[in-house]
Ligand binder design. Structure first.
Ligand SMILES: *[C@@H]1O[C@H](CO)[C@@H](O)[C@H](O)[C@H]1NC(C)=O
Ligand SMILES: *[C@@H]1O[C@H](CO)[C@@H](O)[C@H](O)[C@H]1NC(C)=O
Ligand SMILES: *[C@@H]1O[C@H](CO)[C@@H](O)[C@H](O)[C@H]1NC(C)=O
Ligand SMILES: [Cu+2]
Length: 359
């Protein structure tokens, strides 16, 4: 997103600034990742994946392992997307930028994001509001919203008490940091907050500008400590259970790390099932979801690169057939039609074009 000259300047500045001191001791998930890489290397030696090798794969880094210069570079790239004209305006009048295109495709379909840092939940789970993700300084993804009365999150279709996440300390507009002036344009479609202006279109794709709101929530982040993620990866032997535990079993009071991360952000649009990619923090959360799936696959590559579960409809409503590796995913203006098999491996396997790992 940056011009080459700007990028080179930034890299030189990064080199002279040096790496920031490592602030985070590896957690049990990081240790599992480290122990898994030799297995991946061994597997790749026996199963070459086109031109993708451990040496040339893109390495996605954790937010807290980036230097300040690198964090600023990422933030500037997102601001750049937000300043470019959209490609989806003909199908979504509310789309006002390249960034909004990603929200539109998410509303219409599932999606994947490429080339980004991730947020290892466990590092910040005890105090997300004061973390380098959300402390509101110029190197953060902006901070909490101002305090404002709002409803708690109810997970799932029925209220059992177990699936109510107590509210955090925000709920209003985000006023600090690089995304303080971000205009949220699309939606709402399934809002957590109850006082939002409805979208002029039933499909949520009309123009409905409003401020970014957050409720950084340590009740939600409490279920994303490393032990939850480690157990998810090591205790679920097939995709059905891996996905079920990841996504949460709300009536049992198990929110799952997926909901835990989403509602650590909360507010508008991140508390909205459809529009949540409109909050820049969404992308780091979903990169970690992708990392956890990757790490789960690495434990048994032969089986798990092909392991799919569940059907073509969310919660199988209405009932539908099982998904297969041949199904097409319409990634719209981002990537067109892509077969599920091409999205199974981050290492170019299964005929896919991806080539990245996490470190
Ligand atoms: C937000 O916009 C206001 C008014 O244009 C401006 O004064 C302020 O510096 C902006 N803040 C950020 C973080 O860009
Ligand atoms: C993770 O640790 C917390 C705090 O010790 C504990 O309450 C929770 O039950 C643990 N979760 C899992 C899945 O082990
Ligand atoms: C769909 O998947 C489930 C769970 O793996 C399996 O029991 C069922 O037989 C599958 N249905 C069809 C039609 O293949
Ligand atoms: Cu999600």
């Amino acid at each position: 997103m940056l011009g080459p000259a700007v990028l080179i300047t930034a890299l030189v500045a990064g080199a002279s600034a040096g790496r920031t001191k490592r602030q985070y001791a590896p957690d049990e998930v990081d240790n599992l990742a480290k122990a898994s890489l030799p297995k991946l290397q061994e597997w790749l030696a026996k199963n070459p994946q086109g031109g993708c090798t451990l040496e040339n794969a893109i390495r996605r880094k954790e937010w807290g392992d980036l230097t300040k210069v690198q964090r600023k570079e990422y933030i500037d790239a997102v601001l750049c997307l937000q300043s470019k004209p959209p490609l989806t305006a003909h199908q979504a009048p509310g789309a006002k930028s390249r960034f909004d295109d990603y929200v539109v495709v998410h509303v219409q379909q599932t999606h994947r994001n490429h080339g980004s840092p991730y947020w290892n939940w466990g590092r910040y789970a005890n105090d997300p509001e004061n973390s380098i993700l959300f402390n509101g300084d110029e190197f953060s993804l902006s901070g909490n919203g101002i305090e404002e009365p709002h409803a708690p999150v109810i997970l799932g279709p029925t209220f059992t008490g177990l699936n109510r996440i107590p509210i955090g300390t925000g709920g209003g507009c985000v006023t600090k940091g690089p995304f303080a002036n971000l205009s949220v344009n699309l939606g709402p479609l399934a809002p957590q907050l109850t006082d939002l202006k409805p979208n002029p279109q039933a499909d949520g794709l009309g123009y409905n500008p409003r401020c970014l709101r957050r409720d950084i929530n340590r009740h939600a982040s409490a279920v994303t400590t490393s032990n939850y993620t480690h157990a998810l990866i090591t205790k679920n032997d097939n995709m059905h259970w891996f996905q079920t535990v990841l996504e949460g079993q709300f009536d049992k009071g198990e929110w799952g790390v997926h909901s835990g991360g989403h509602y650590t952000i909360s507010g508008d649009p991140a508390g909205d099932f459809y529009i949540s990619p409109g909050d820049p923090a969404f992308w780091l959360h979903h990169a970690q979801i992708d990392r956890v799936w990757w790490l789960w696959q690495l434990q048994k590559l032969e089986l798990r690169l092909k392991d799919l579960a569940k059907t073509m409809t969310m919660s199988n409503t209405p009932p539908s057939r099982n998904g297969t590796l041949d199904d097409l995913n319409n990634l719209g203006v981002l990537a067109g039609d892509v077969e599920t098999r091409e999205l199974m491996s981050t290492m170019g396997g299964m005929g896919g074009k991806l080539c990245y790992i996490y470190e």
